[in-house]
Write a protein that binds this ligand. Structure first.
Ligand SMILES: Cc1cc2nc3c(=O)[nH]c(=O)nc-3n(C[C@H](O)[C@H](O)[C@H](O)COP(=O)(O)O)c2cc1C
Length: 471
């Protein structure tokens, strides 16, 4: 009976919150509140819109440093609220949507992370996932009393041990340890509460945690990264791996690497979902979509910096102005791959055979973190999504609306109905926890379950004895 025992694979969608829009000109659109990143009503309204549309998750990234100059490159990441705090708030304003909060392991301590995540999982009814990042921003070190940001291998050695300790702390309470037996006068069963006694390279942690086991047992992990260590981590441990890939070919190669890595780690390929970022410029017609991109580009506040463009793309631009045609780029030189790609994008997005220096500069800024820009009518964007989904490039997308709230409305109102009609995206939620949105995998067993805790039980015997004598 197809369709019952083996339901068709469905897309996953999350909203990646850039509260003043992914496009750096979006915050200057008429009607947009440039301070929306700090407006609780706005944040809750975006999460509720995504939930009404049955998105899998609402995702909050994070960074541990900023500067005034950053506003010209990535205004939406220049100033924003702390994600764990935001998740606590958003949880209270939603019921079903998954919630992903980012915590940077490089500057963290496992006991803190275990408490915060376990608490949020309880408060959200089991909807939390943790985006594990090790950070790529050198400036963060100076905000945490260090001289330098650690290099990649040390960051991942530290992250892997930290994640392991957090997982042990989540299990330090068996599911039934919080007994709450009013008759017997037993709040907590000491035999089901475990000291983890972790002694590793970076951490010595005794435990147990002082929060009961998370509702999801083990909270699902999410990660994104470019280095081999990051990809290996995701393949082995994450429920969702984000990708920052600009093209279909790059997405396919990333996707197959993560799936193969999952299988090599003893997991099923479908245990990990690979979700590239998608920046959808949507119009009722494709002309309208291109006009939107061009309208946003005209709002970029950064001053045209020809010298920086010349440096980044390795193309001589001296003496040219923004309105001059961008010089032709050698088709064969491998060092100019980035320049060729940027010029091709500027040509496409501005619908011209001869993009100007300014067009290329605008693309260099609008591409943000390099996520895929899908542009066209709703039908065309839906076709692209389906093509990636059915050809080994994506299990769904981390949607980064170029402007908010309109860019999210367009995606929900224009693109999702097409995908639903094609049977590719859910009409209703079937689960209510983050894990259930992504898989039918059972809630993980507790590693300490059934091991007993003889030390604690003996100590408990002494305490109750004393208590009875005193009574
Ligand atoms: C979709 C996506 C979201 C990301 N979110 C964050 C984030 O919120 N905070 C952060 O520090 N890094 C974030 N990153 C960066 C990566 O986690 C990673 O630290 C970076 O790509 C450097 O790669 P590496 O960790 O492999 O060295 C994100 C990357 C992608 C693709």
């Amino acid at each position: 009976m197809p369709g019952i025992s083996n339901p068709p694979r469905q897309l996953h969608f999350g909203i990646f919150l850039f509260s003043i829009g992914y496009h750096p000109g979006a915050w200057r659109l008429p009607g947009v509140d440039p301070k929306a990143s700090h407006d609780p009503a706005f944040i809750a309204s975006i999460a509720r819109k995504a939930e009404d549309a049955k998105f899998d998750f609402f995702f909050l990234g994070d960074a541990l440093a900023t500067s005034a100059e950053q506003q010209y490159v990535f205004p939406s990441q220049t100033v924003r609220l702390e994600p764990f705090t935001m998740v606590g708030y958003v949880a209270a304003h939603t019921q079903r949507i998954g919630l992903i909060a980012t915590a940077n392991t490089t500057y963290a301590d496992p006991y803190h992370i275990a408490r915060q995540t376990a608490s949020l999982d309880h408060l959200s009814g089991g909807r939390l996932a943790w985006n594990v990042v090790t950070g790529a921003d050198e400036r963060a070190a100076k905000n945490f009393s260090r001289d330098h940001h650690w290099e990649n291998s040390r960051r991942y050695d530290y992250a892997e041990e930290l994640v392991d300790v957090v997982g042990q702390l989540w299990d330090s309470w068996e599911d039934t340890a919080l007994v709450g037996d009013q008759q017997a006068g037993l709040l907590v069963d000491p035999a089901r509460l475990h000291a983890i006694e972790h002694e590793g390279t970076f951490f010595r942690v005794k435990g147990p945690l002082n929060v009961a086991r998370p509702l999801q047992g083990q909270i699902p992990l999410v990660n994104a990264g470019t280095s081999p260590r990051s990809r290996a981590f995701g393949a082995a441990k994450s429920t969702v791996v984000f990708a920052g890939v600009p093209t279909f070919e790059a997405a396919q190669s990333f996707y197959s690497e993560i799936k193969a890595g999952a299988v090599a780690s003893g997991r099923a390929a479908h245990d990990v979902s690979v979700l590239p970022g998608l920046v959808p410029y949507i119009g009722r017609t494709s002309e309208e979509a291109y006009a939107l991109y061009q309208r946003l580009s005209a709002l970029i506040a950064a001053k045209l910096d020809i010298a920086a463009l010349e440096r980044d793309l390795k193309i001589p631009l001296a003496g040219l102005s923004g309105d001059d045609a961008f010089p032709s780029v050698d088709e064969a030189d491998p060092a100019l791959a980035q320049a060729r790609y940027f010029v091709a994008q500027a040509r496409k997005l501005n619908r011209t055979d001869t993009p100007t220096v300014r067009h290329v500069f605008e693309y260099a800024i609008a591409r943000g973190r390099g996520h895929f820009l899908a542009i066209g009518s709703a039908e065309e964007v839906a076709d692209t999504i389906q093509h990636w989904f059915e050809n080994g490039a994506a299990d769904g997308f981390n949607v980064c609306p170029p402007h908010l709230p309109g860019g999210l409305d367009d995606f929900i109102d224009l693109v999702l109905p097409i995908l639903r009609k094609r049977g590719l995206f859910r009409e209703e939620y079937t689960g209510s926890t983050f894990r259930e949105h992504f898989s039918d995998a059972a809630r993980p067993a507790n590693r300490f379950e059934g091991r007993g805790n003889t030390q604690a039980a003996a100590a408990f015997g002494r305490i109750t004895e004393t208590h009875h004598r005193v009574a």
